[in-house]
Design a protein around this ligand. Structure first.
Ligand code: MLT
Ligand code: ZN
Length: 459
């Protein structure tokens, strides 16, 4: 049990109702979407303002209490897990859209605003916020910034970093910083805003965010291709980029489609099955879509394609891709979100797929992701008869081989989900030890007592 003066201090800051210590809350606030750790926070605290966050961080410094910042907890790398008696600091009450600047085209909001509400506020004001993913109904903007979230439209619009104009943060030392002040141009030395984007909560707490807004895109169309192999998928990517204005280029393997169709009441895109599928979203252009299909035929690629002609068809084709995560979740998959250079994608999938089949059977590999960005999601499924411990041990061994391949082709161990706890043991496959040492020193500058999300990203 923690010092009662700590809890009295927290109650003074947020009020009794917003300091949660009941078992159900501790379970809920102590976990993200990963299943490999047992949640054990000492409490969850729910501040309503930047000043309250500052006071909590200062109090935690005095008590040397570790803080885990918490958004929608939709993360897949254990970055928001509290398994060591930490205090979970949830931003969920800081959920207001604070300002929409329709001339400057920006939106300022609390870090606890759900991503989908930003989409809606942008739309209501005649704009578009393009960072989007399957969990946008529950993920929060602060978490998106802290993980530099990517998603389905990176090929056209970039990742979260591209859209962050300003951040109000409380550092681990308890200082309030207004980073970049929401400006478009500001050349005044080091830009600490960029350090906080993708920092996974190890430097401080992101409290408010100013986002740039985009022009709404013209009406879109979606096409799904059934393809014989990954070489055909990459040929399709090259030609699609020449002929269409793409906003997404996604892929999934046939067993990924099988899991979605088994779990959800959705129609298969074709009467026959293909080894892999490409899903393209682009600005409406029926002629180019047709000539893209002809191009594949001219190349001797036996493919099939279906194109949307209504918003309902757009949604049902996207559902085949967006429901993959949900269709696998009950199997507690071991998830990887690697990035590899675009030209090596087919060989990489073939090599790793072959390795899993030959040495790790009966583990099942499910492939999908944002192949237009070189971002591959590899989910490994546990055979029903295996216990979790054996499964995790096998996955760790497999990952060593996979990540050696990632390293040797110049890829990254995490394209978008972040390092958290899950990928911490593998950081050296993507970052030099000198870089990790510099990260440690940067953390110490913002968080001298080391209370911010300790144990995440690196030790
Ligand atoms: C996705 O692209 O669907 C997400 O990154 C989630 C996942 O990898 O499961
Ligand atoms: Zn993804």
């Amino acid at each position: 049990m923690r010092d009662s003066t700590l809890f009295a201090g927290l109650t003074d800051i947020v009020g009794n109702r917003h300091l949660l210590t009941d078992p159900e809350s501790l379970q809920r606030f102590g976990l993200d979407r990963t299943d490999f750790w047992t949640p054990k926070p000492c409490a969850a605290v729910l501040p309503a303002s930047v000043d309250e966050v500052r006071d909590i961080v200062r109090l935690a410094n005095r008590h040397r209490l570790a803080i885990v910042p918490s958004g929608g907890r939709t993360g897949l790398s254990g970055g928001a897990v509290a398994a060591n008696g930490e205090l979970v600091l949830s931003l969920q009450r800081m959920d207001s859209i604070l300002e929409v600047d329709t001339v400057g085209r920006s939106l300022r909001c609390g870090a606890g605003v759900v991503t989908g509400h930003v989409h809606q506020a942008a739309r209501e004001n005649g704009f578009y916020f393009p960072v989007d993913f399957a969990s946008s109904g529950s993920s929060q903007i602060g978490g998106n910034v802290a993980t530099n979230a990517g998603g389905i439209r990176v090929i056209r619009y970039g990742m979260m970093r591209h859209w962050v104009q300003g951040l109000k943060v409380v550092t681990g030392a308890g200082d309030v910083l207004d980073l970049n002040r929401g400006l478009i141009k500001n050349n005044t030395g080091l830009d600490f805003r960029q350090l906080f984007i993708g920092s996974e909560g190890i430097l401080g707490v992101i409290c408010e965010v100013t986002l740039g807004l985009a022009e709404p895109p013209p009406p879109g169309q979606v096409m799904v291709f059934g393809l014989p192999d990954y070489d055909a998928l990459m040929a399709l990517l090259g030609e699609a980029r020449r002929q269409l204005t793409l906003s997404a280029f996604e892929f999934f393997s046939d067993n990924a489609l099988g899991h979605v169709l088994a779990r959800f009441d959705l129609k298969a895109p074709f009467s026959q099955r293909y080894p892999c599928y490409g899903l393209l979203e682009f600005d409406r252009n029926d002629d180019a879509a047709l000539s893209l299909f002809r191009y594949l035929q001219e190349q001797g690629i036996r493919a099939d394609a279906v194109i949307s002609h209504s918003d309902e068809q757009v949604a049902s084709l996207w559902a085949l891709r967006e429901n993959i995560t949900e269709s696998l979740s009950a199997r507690q998959p071991w998830k990887q979100d690697i990035a590899v250079p675009i030209p090596v994608v087919p060989d990489f999938i073939r090599d790793v797929g072959g390795l899993i089949e030959s040495e790790y059977s009966p583990l099942e590999a499910v492939w999908f992701g944002h192949v237009g960005d070189g971002n591959l999601h590899l989910n490994i499924l546990k055979p029903a008869t295996w216990d979790m411990e054996d499964f995790v041990a096998q996955c760790r061994r497999l990952m060593m081989s996979v990540l050696e391949k990632v390293q040797s082709c110049g890829g990254s161990i995490s394209a978008e989900h972040g390092v958290g706890l899950l990928k911490k043991p593998f950081l050296q496959y993507s970052r030099e030890s000198a870089e990790v040492e510099l990260m440690r020193r940067v953390k110490a500058a913002f968080d001298p007592a080391g209370i911010m999300n300790p144990g995440k990203v690196f030790d």
